[in-house]
Design a protein around this ligand. Structure first.
Ligand code: CMC
Length: 391
C-alpha cells in the first residue's frame, strides 16, 4: 500500500488532536473537558455544558448569564426560512428538512461569515446552537401541518423548544417541567462524542475552509443513518416490530444470522467495549421519567428483557456488544409525545454543540490541514483506449 496504511472505517487512525472530549472504551469512561459525564448529568444543565464544550471551562455565574442571554438573542430564524419550509412536501422526513434548512443558513447568513475571522466564527457557533431548537420545532410543525411558532425568549432552552413544538398560537401553553428536565438530560448526554462519523464529517468539510453552516449540514447528513444517530428511531421501530417478549428469541436469532442484514439496533459501539456510560444514565432516567409522567409503556419492559437476553448470549458477549446511548433514549422521547421521525432531529439539535465546538477548535488550532484520505486502488492496470466500433 505504499507509504500509507489501509484502515477500513478509520478504526485505528487519529485524524486530529483535540482538547474537548475523552473516551476510554475499555473502561466505559466519557469526559467532557475532563468532567465525567455522570457528574455533568447529575449537576449541570445543557446550556452550562454547551459553554463548557465551547470554551473549555465551566462558566462563572456572570459568564453563564451572559452566555444564555446571548443564545436567547439569536433564537429567531430569518423570516424567509419560514417560506422556505413551506416548500417541503407535508410528509418530508424531519431530518431531510432539518439538513436542508441548516444548509440554507449558508445562504441566509453569508455576508458576516468569514471563517478566518474569530468573531464571525463565534457568531456562527452561537447562531447554530440558538436556532437549532427553532428549526427542530419548525420541521415538526411542518410535519404535522400546524403553524410554525416563534421562540418565546422568556423560557429557558428546553422549555422554549417544547413550547414551539406543542404550543399553538391561539392557546396558552404550560411547559411540563418533567419533560423539560428529561430533554435537558438527553441533550447533555448527546452533546459531544469526539470523532464519531458526523463530527468527522463536520471536520472534513470544515478542513476545506467551507462555510460553517454547510459543515454542520454535512454533520446532520452523516448523523441521519441508522448506524449512527438514526439508531434511536430504528430502536423504537424494532421494539414495535418485536411487539412482545415472546418474540425476542426470534429477533436475537435474526441478529446473529450473518445472512440476515438485521442488527439489534441500539446495541454495539465502535469505541465502547465494556458499556456505554450514557446508556447506564439513560436507563435509569427512563424509569424516572415514565414514573414521573405516570406512563406505563410496555416497550420499556420489552427493552429490558431484550437487553437481559442479549447480554447473556455468547454472540453478544464475545463481540462485546452492549446497549448504547440510543437503546433507551427513544422510550423517553416517546413518553414526551415526540414522534419517532423526530428522534434523530433531537440528537442533531444536541450534537450541534459538539460539532460547533469541534469546528471552532479545528479553526483555532494548527489542525487545519485539508482532510484527504488515500485509497487502495484495485481497478484495471494501465491499458490502451479501443475505438467504440472495435469493442
Ligand atoms: N447486532 C448484531 N451484531 C452486531 C451488532 C448488532 N447491533 N453490532 C455489531 N455486531 C457484530 C458484527 O456483525 C460483527 O460481527 P463479526 O465479527 O462476526 O463480523 C461484530 O459485531 C463487530 O461489528 P462491527 O460492525 O465491525 O462494529 P463497528 O464498530 O464497525 O460498528 C456499530 C459499530 C455501532 C455501527 C454497530 O455495532 C451497529 O451497527 N450497531 C447497531 C446500530 C446502532 O445502535 N448504532 C448507534 C451507535 S451509538 C450512537 C451513535 O453513534 O449515534
Amino acid at each position: 500500500t505504499g507509504y500509507f496504511t489501509y484502515d477500513s472505517g478509520f478504526a485505528a487512525t487519529a485524524a486530529c488532536t483535540s482538547d474537548i472530549t475523552f473516551i476510554d472504551g475499555q473502561e466505559g469512561v466519557l469526559l467532557y473537558r475532563g468532567y465525567p459525564i455522570e457528574q455533568l448529568a447529575e449537576n449541570s444543565n445543557f446550556m452550562e455544558v454547551s459553554y463548557l464544550l465551547l470554551n473549555g471551562e465551566l462558566p462563572t455565574s456572570q459568564e453563564y448569564d451572559d452566555f444564555t442571554s446571548l443564545i436567547t438573542r439569536h433564537t429567531m430564524v430569518h423570516e424567509k426560512i419560514r417560506s422556505f419550509m413551506k416548500g417541503f412536501q407535508y410528509d418530508a422526513h424531519p431530518m431531510a428538512m432539518m439538513m436542508s434548512v441548516v444548509g440554507s443558513f449558508a445562504a441566509f447568513y453569508h455576508n458576516d461569515t468569514d471563517v478566518n475571522n474569530p468573531k464571525d466564527r463565534h457568531l456562527a457557533a452561537i447562531r447554530l446552537i440558538a436556532k437549532m431548537p427553532t428549526v427542530a420545532a419548525a420541521v415538526y410543525k411542518n410535519y404535522i401541518g400546524q403553524p410554525i411558532m416563534y421562540p418565546n425568549n422568556s423560557l429557558n432552552f428546553t422549555e422554549r423548544l417544547l413550547h414551539m413544538m406543542y404550543g399553538v398560537p391561539a392557546e396558552p401553553y404550560e411547559v411540563n417541567p418533567v419533560a423539560a428536565k428529561a430533554l435537558d438530560l438527553l441533550f447533555i448526554l448527546h452533546a459531544d462524542h469526539e470523532q464519531n462519523a458526523s463530527t468527522s464529517t463536520v471536520r472534513l468539510v470544515g478542513s476545506t475552509g467551507a462555510n460553517p453552516y454547510a459543515s454542520i449540514a454535512g454533520g446532520i447528513a452523516s448523523l441521519w443513518g441508522p448506524a449512527h444517530g438514526g439508531a434511536n428511531e430504528a430502536v423504537l421501530n424494532m421494539l414495535d416490530e418485536i411487539g412482545d417478549v415472546s418474540q425476542i428469541d426470534k429477533f436475537i436469532a435474526k441478529a446473529k444470522d450473518k445472512d440476515d442484514p438485521f442488527r439489534l439496533m441500539g446495541f454495539g459501539h465502535r469505541v465502547y467495549k465494556n458499556f456505554d456510560p450514557r446508556a447506564t444514565i439513560i436507563r435509569k432516567a427512563t424509569h424516572d421519567v415514565l414514573d414521573a409522567l405516570g406512563i406505563d409503556d410496555p416497550r420499556l419492559e420489552l427493552a429490558m428483557k431484550l437487553e437481559d437476553i442479549a447480554l447473556k448470549d455468547p454472540y453478544f458477549v464475545e463481540r462485546k456488544l452492549y446497549p448504547n446511548v440510543d437503546f433507551y433514549s427513544g422510550i423517553i422521547y416517546k413518553a414526551l409525545n415526540i414522534p419517532v421521525q423526530m428522534f434523530t432531529v433531537m440528537f442533531a439539535l444536541a450534537r450541534t454543540v459538539g460539532w460547533t465546538a469541534q469546528w471552532l477548535e479545528q479553526h483555532e488550532t494548527a489542525d487545519t490541514r485539508i482532510g484527504r484520505p488515500r485509497q487502495v486502488y484495485r481497478g484495471a492496470k494501465k491499458r490502451d483506449f479501443v475505438a467504440r466500433h472495435k469493442r
